[in-house]
Design a protein around this ligand. Structure first.
Ligand SMILES: Cc1cc2nc3c(=O)[nH]c(=O)nc-3n(C[C@H](O)[C@H](O)[C@H](O)COP(=O)(O)O)c2cc1C
Length: 454
């Protein structure tokens, strides 16, 4: 681990692909759309990404379909295969790309998850990663035996104990046929385990983190290798980098130790004009009339089916109760009326219909790179030069062909500008991301050592 206090841009970018199952960004109803559950969709995207030397293939996690007023939320796609199962299958049809599983710390158990991630890491030859999330809604909690839902502060102390325990499990093999037992007894867990797998080709799975609060950022600064951030705009990305470097140094790590890859979407074409036309078309597919109404219903907490998607925002007020961050992905009930007033004023001022307003709200304006291949390559080269980010995690708006133009046209432009690899740096994800081998955690040093069974 380097203890460098000055951050130095690497001048390079890495790309990842974020295959989203549940969202308002992927178009599942266009003629070229594949299936969200068919392995062919996963295989096609992963192999295309690998052809473009992408560092990582990324799967999100949603352990329960969101519901609203007793029916599945219209923006959700039913069918999201378990991430580690899908990634294990992909390991067999790819050779170099990293395989990132989003897994939450709130509803898993550390010894079990550490073992399953080690398994993926071993079977893929050192290509596994864990995107650590805490999961912010009680819908998910209701699915689990322990039920309920942890409040924000607790979710991160819980996550910290979880990750520390997982790291000790991964550190436990000594490389000489002996293994340390791992004991952990704390507020959240009691674990007593003799780890069942040796270290992997990249020592242990790479750790990503996604969560943006101050607590989430400090957690990442202490524990993560890479942050999956929500800050892709250049000025914002530079601020975020400064903030993370400060937090990383405060955590006793080096200024370059935590990589940053923001979520992003690319709408590209041969000319800027064509790209803008394409963007309008993509947006119209992403938010249809039903999606627009369903989106508002999340926030209003009530049926809005009688409202015209091409008319103004609903004049009735939201139901002020627990609609809310403790239930789904909306916002807290108490703020509902305030937000509705604000949105109505904003839509009236700009003359936007429900559909136009929702389209603007969900447009990921902040995270969309629209333009010609050369234009966008020039913009990205600036990110590499300034060190604002270490790469981008791209959500294709079309599955499974949505990466084709990026691989065929954008990647060569980036390579020409010297900011993108021309081959994989190594065989493990850690090597390909330019991450150092972890230093063994001191936490387990005193645990008894036992001889491993063959
Ligand atoms: C870019 C990004 C991607 C995320 N992906 C997931 C996901 O796939 N599954 C999940 O349960 N939570 C996901 N989260 C949510 C985080 O786990 C976390 O619960 C949420 O951001 C609230 O924590 P915070 O207040 O620290 O931001 C994601 C968050 C971010 C910023």
């Amino acid at each position: 681990m380097s203890q460098t206090t000055e951050f130095t841009p690497s001048g390079q970018l890495q790309l990842g692909v974020f295959f989203q199952g549940v969202n308002s960004g992927t178009v599942w109803k266009a003629p070229a759309s594949g299936s969200q559950t068919d392995f062919e969709s996963f295989r096609r995207i992963a192999q295309t990404a690998e052809r473009g030397l992408f560092a990582a293939f990324f799967l999100g996690e949603g352990l329960r379909l969101r519901e609203h007023l007793g029916r599945p939320h219209a923006l959700d796609v039913a069918g999201r295969p378990d991430a580690q199962t899908a990634l294990a299958a992909l390991a067999a049809v790819t050779t170099s790309i990293g395989l990132v599983a989003t897994q939450n710390t709130t509803y898993n158990d550390p010894a079990d998850l550490a073992h399953r991630l080690s398994s993926l890491d071993l079977l893929s030859g050192g290509r596994a990663a864990w995107n650590i999330v805490t999961t912010d809604n009680a819908w998910t909690g209701a699915n689990f035996r322990r039920g309920g839902y942890l409040d924000h502060a607790d979710r991160y102390t819980h996550a910290e104990a979880f990750v520390e325990t997982a790291k000790r499990i991964w550190d436990a093999w000594n490389g000489d046929g002996t293994v340390r037992r791992v004991h952990h007894s704390g507020k959240h867990y009691t674990v007593d385990v003799t780890p069942r797998l040796p270290r992997t080709a990249q020592y242990r799975p790479v750790l990503f983190q996604a969560g943006d609060s101050p607590e989430g950022r400090d957690f990442a600064a202490r524990q993560a290798d890479v942050i999956f951030s929500a800050h892709p705009q250049l000025a914002d990305a530079l601020d975020f980098r400064r903030d993370i470097v400060e937090r990383t140094l405060r955590a006793g790590r080096g200024a370059n130790d935590v990589k940053i890859m923001p979520a992003s979407e690319f709408i590209l074409a041969a000319t800027p004009e064509e790209a803008l036309e394409k963007k309008a078309w993509v947006r119209s597919l992403q938010i249809g009339p039903e999606q627009a109404i369903a989106y508002l219903e999340q926030f209003w907490g009530r049926e809005l089916q009688g409202y015209d998607p091409d008319g103004p925002l609903p004049d009735i007020d939201p139901v002020v109760e627990e609609t809310s961050e403790t239930r789904g992905s909306g916002f807290h009930g108490a703020k509902a009326r305030q937000l509705a007033d604000q949105w109505r004023a904003e839509a009236a001022e700009k003359g936007l219909s429900i559909r136009q307003f929702v389209s603007a709200k969900t447009s990921r304006g902040d995270s969309t790179f629209t333009g010609s291949y050369t234009e966008v390559a020039d913009r990205l080269a600036e990110y590499a030069r300034t060190g604002a980010v270490d790469g981008f995690n791209i959500s294709p708006w079309l599955i499974p062909t949505g990466l084709d133009d990026i691989i065929n046209h954008l990647v060569p432009e980036l390579q020409e500008r010297g900011v993108y690899p021309t081959q994989y740096a190594g065989s493990t994800l850690r090597e390909n991301l330019g991450l150092a081998t972890p230093v063994r955690s001191a936490a387990g040093a005193d645990a008894p050592t036992v001889t491993a069974q063959a």
